[in-house]
Design a protein around this ligand. Sequence first.
Ligand code: NAD
Ligand code: IPM
Ligand code: MN
Length: 347
Amino acid sequence: MRVALLPGDGIGPEVIAEARRVLDALGLDLTYEEALVGGAAYKATGHPLPSDTLEVAKRADAILFGAVGDPDCDALERHLRPEQAILGLRKELTLFANLRPAKLFPELADASALRPEVAGQIDMVIVRELNGDVYFGEKGMRKTTDGKREGYDVMSYDEDEVRRIARVGFETARARKGRLCSVDKANVLETSQLWRDVVIETAAEYPEIALSHMYVDNAAMQLVRNPGQFDVIVTGNLFGDILSDQASMCAGSIGMLPSASLDANQKGLYEPIHGSAPDIAGQGKANPLATILSAAMLLRYSLAQPQAADRIEAAVARALAAGARSPDLGGTMSTNQMGDAVLAALT
Ligand code: NAD
Ligand code: IPM
Ligand code: MN
């Protein structure tokens, strides 16, 4: 089982190191291939996603990714910026289905930004489309006829793109509580009207699923008012990006949420939903649990190792129950000490 390790920038290498220690402790037959990505790759090779790195990702059975993003690179031409590496990997490998589960570990009720009785209800999966939307449309800077600078980014989805992610949403709901909420902005956007039409058409294939629709502004409000109402949310690339960061804080911290980005054959890239956190990089303050939980998703979805995945998830729960807390969770433990706590809790 070949795992590509792409640590990236900022806290990426710090959190990947802890996930690697946990994977190593499981006694599985894993081989690793590590490669540069993001700002680190740009600085070494002149490109954020060198072809060697793409090849490593392509030949692996699964990819564990840290984070990309480096303030030194923010003024580069867009195609050279670190963020293009993760966008390129998602597109090149057709990783169109991003699963972002948000569940409150009961021990973390006090870390949530919500009241404990509200936060305690959170148990959802956000299914975010990852290959389309305003992220990948035509974009640019131009001059208006009266000489003003204008930036533009075209938002679009075609019906096949919507149908394939809608099916992932319905299938995810079928494996859970059977409720799917499609989030859009159909009251304003044609892209969203097509989204909603195609989701409704696709629902005919899943009569047992309770489908609802919600505008994204209301969804943002409902996520903090009553997050327990959601089982599975399916939404586009941009809305899913924003709502998942919000959901993470409802569930305790952005340092807690893992994700899986899957193609049609369960090949996947696994990463925490957070970024490279330049404000805390190099200080041992990063919470590695989102990445450790991403490694568990990797074992479950791409390497067919559900028991090993269960062991990791149970160890994280036990470590939290034993009081392991990084600064984002209100504690003082370092990244490395959080890794130690999970290792100590592995059975
Ligand atoms: P961020 O997620 O990196 O950080 C937001 C805030 O959350 C910061 O205060 C940070 O310290 C904190 N935080 C994030 N992860 C944490 C963790 N594991 N433990 C404790 N605290 C944590 O988002 P940002 O600051 O908006 O972006 C920083 C850079 O990361 C940018 O270059 C951005 O483009 C990039 N980014 C990359 C990814 C990715 O690689 N998939 C995701 C998001 C942002
Ligand atoms: C994420 C990030 C990325 C996104 C950026 C870094 C391109 O925010 O993975 O959530 O917007 O998808
Ligand atoms: Mn994001």
